[in-house]
Design a protein around this ligand. Structure first.
Ligand code: NDP
Length: 413
C-alpha cells in the first residue's frame, strides 16, 4: 500500500521501519499534543488547545539528502501536492539549496537630535565600546559563538537610525536582539542625552535562502498534456507573475502553503516568516513572485529565493513537545538545514501548483480532497466521512449535495 493509503498508526510504523522515527517517538505522536502546563505557560487566558493535522511531505531531496517534512495545515491537498512536487524534483536529481549567514538586525532610533551627523560619527568611532556593551547585555550568545557583528548609523530625515547586526546562532533571535537593542539604547541615551524612540529587532531580513531545481520537461507530462507543453506553460505563468501583481500574490500563496505549514509544525514564529517574506516580495518597489521558472537549453529551471527567519532552539520550539518531535523527524540539525528544507519545500509546492495550472487545472485535484472537508461540514462523523466523500467524487461538490448524500446514507444505514 502507498503511504497515503495507510492509516496514521501504519504511517508511523512505516517511518519507524525507514529509520526516520524511533518507536518511542512514534508512540509520542499517538498521544495528545500539549501537556496542559505547557499550554498555560506559553499563552494567556488559555482554555484548551487548537489542533491541526500534521502530514508528511514525503521524500523531499535537498542537496543529496532525503527529508520527510512535517507540515501542519488545515488545507486539503497541500501535503499531497508537496509530496507530488518532491517526487518530480527527485526524478530530476532533487533540489539544490543554499543559505546566507543567519544574522538578525535590530534598530535603535532617535528623533530630532540637534546634530545627528555628529552622533553618527561618534557611533563609528566608539564601535568597540558599543560591541562590548552588547556583549555584557547578552553574554550567553557570545559564549555560544554569536553576538553583535556590526553597528552602523544612518540619518533618515528627522531620525537617526542605529542598525545592530547580530549573529543569533541556532535561535531565531527576536528576544536576543531585543535584549541587546534595549541595553544599547540605554548606553546611547546617556551619550545623546535623549530617550530613544524605539529599540527593537526588525522583521525585515536581508538573509536569503535559495532553492533551485532543473527539470527535464518529459518528467512533467500529465495524462492529457505533454511534458514540453507543461514546461513552456509553467515558464509563461512565471513570466505573467512578474508583470501581473494579482497572479504574483497567488503564485506566492502557493509557495507559502508549504513553507508556512512546515514553519508552524517546527514551532517557529509564522508571523515573523510571513512578514519578512511579504517585505522581500515587494523590496524592489514592485510586488514580485518569490520564484521564477525559465526554459534554459530545453530544461525547465525553477529558482525560489526568500528570507526565512527561523531557529531550531528557543521560543516555543524548545517548549512544545510536538515541535521537538518535528525537529527530530525533519532532521533539522542546523538553522541552515531547516531553511534549506523550507525553501525546497516551497519550490516543489510551487512546482506542483504550476503543473496543475498548466495541465488539468487546480480544482480537479483540490476538490477531490476537499470532499472530506465538505462531508464533515455536512455533519458526517467517523466512517460516514469517507463514504460521503467518495460519493461526492461523482457528483456536484457542494454542501447541499453532501448533506443530501449524508441523509441518504443514514436512512439506508
Ligand atoms: P529565546 O528568547 O528563547 O532565546 C534563545 C534560547 O535558546 C536561549 O534560552 C538560549 O540559551 C537557548 N539556546 C540554546 N542553544 C542555543 C544556541 N546554539 N544558539 C542560540 N541560543 C541557544 O528565543 P529567540 O531570541 O530566538 O526569540 C524567538 C521568540 O521571540 C519567538 O518565540 C518569537 O515568537 C518571539 N518574538 C518575536 C518578535 C518578532 O518577531 N518581532 C518580537 C519578540 C518576541 P541561553 O539563555 O543560554 O543563551
Amino acid at each position: 500500500m502507498k503511504f497515503y493509503q495507510l492509516d496514521a498508526a501504519q504511517r508511523r510504523q512505516q517511518l519507524v521501519a525507514e529509520g526516520y522515527l524511533t518507536s518511542e517517538a512514534a508512540a509520542a505522536w499517538a498521544q495528545p499534543a500539549l501537556p496542559s502546563s505547557v499550554g498555560q505557560a506559553l499563552s494567556e487566558n488559555t482554555i484548551g488547545e487548537f489542533a491541526l493535522p500534521v502530514g508528511i511531505a514525503r521524500q523531499l531531496q535537498v542537496n543529496g539528502q532525503v527529508y520527510q517534512v512535517p507540515m501542519a495545515t488545515e488545507e486539503p491537498s497541500v501535503v499531497a501536492a508537496a509530496s507530488n512536487g518532491a517526487r518530480l524534483a527527485a526524478l530530476n536529481g532533487g533540489v539544490t539549496a543554499t543559505t546566507t549567514a543567519h544574522l538578525v538586525t535590530g534598530e535603535i532610533v532617535f528623533a530630532d537630535l540637534p546634530d545627528p551627523s555628529k552622533v553618527q560619527a561618534l557611533i563609528t568611532e566608539r564601535q568597540t565600546v558599543l560591541i562590548l556593551a552588547a556583549q555584557e547585555a547578552h553574554p550567553s550568545i557570545v559564549r555560544r559563538g554569536g553576538g553583535v557583528q556590526l553597528i552602523t548609523a544612518t540619518v533618515l530625515g528627522r531620525f537617526l537610525k542605529v542598525t545592530v547586526v547580530v549573529d543569533t546562532q541556532a535561535a531565531m533571535g527576536a528576544n536576543i536582539v531585543n535584549t541587546i537593542c534595549e541595553h544599547l539604547a540605554a548606553v546611547l541615551e546617556q551619550w545623546v542625552k535623549q530617550t530613544a524612540l524605539v529599540a527593537i529587532l526588525s522583521n525585515a531580513s536581508a538573509q536569503l535562502t535559495t532553492a533551485t531545481v532543473t527539470l527535464a520537461p518529459e518528467t512533467l507530462a500529465t495524462k492529457a498534456v505533454a511534458g514540453a507543453e507543461i514546461a513552456s506553460r509553467i515558464a509563461l505563468l512565471s513570466e505573467l507573475a512578474q508583470v501581473d501583481r494579482d497572479r504574483a500574490v497567488t503564485h506566492n500563496k502557493g509557495i507559502m502553503n508549504g513553507v508556512e505549514a512546515a514553519v508552524l509544525a517546527s514551532g517557529n514564529d509564522t508571523r515573523a516568516v510571513s512578514t519578512s517574506v511579504g517585505e522581500y516580495a515587494a523590496h524592489t518597489g514592485q510586488y514580485q513572485p518569490l520564484s521564477t521558472w525559465q526554459l534554459d537549453q530545453g530544461l525547465l529551471v525553477g529558482t525560489l529565493r526568500l528570507p526565512l527567519p527561523v531557529g531550531i532552539v528557543g521560543g516555543a520550539i524548545s517548549a512544545l513537545p510536538r515541535a521537538q518531535a518535528v525537529k527530530a523527524l525533519g532532521r533539522y540539525d542546523t538553522v541552515a538545514t531547516l531553511q534549506q528544507v523550507l525553501a525546497s519545500l516551497g519550490l516543489v509546492q510551487n512546482l506542483a501548483a504550476l503543473r496543475a495550472l498548466a495541465g488539468p487545472g487546480i480544482q480537479a485535484g483540490h476538490m477531490a480532497l476537499q470532499a472530506n472537508a465538505l462531508a464533515m461540514a455536512a455533519g458526517a462523523h467517523g466512517p460516514e466521512i469517507g463514504t460521503v466523500a467518495k460519493a461526492l467524487q461523482h457528483t456536484t461538490k457542494d454542501l447541499a449535495t453532501a448533506q443530501a448524500l449524508l441523509a441518504d446514507l443514514r436512512q439506508k444505514g
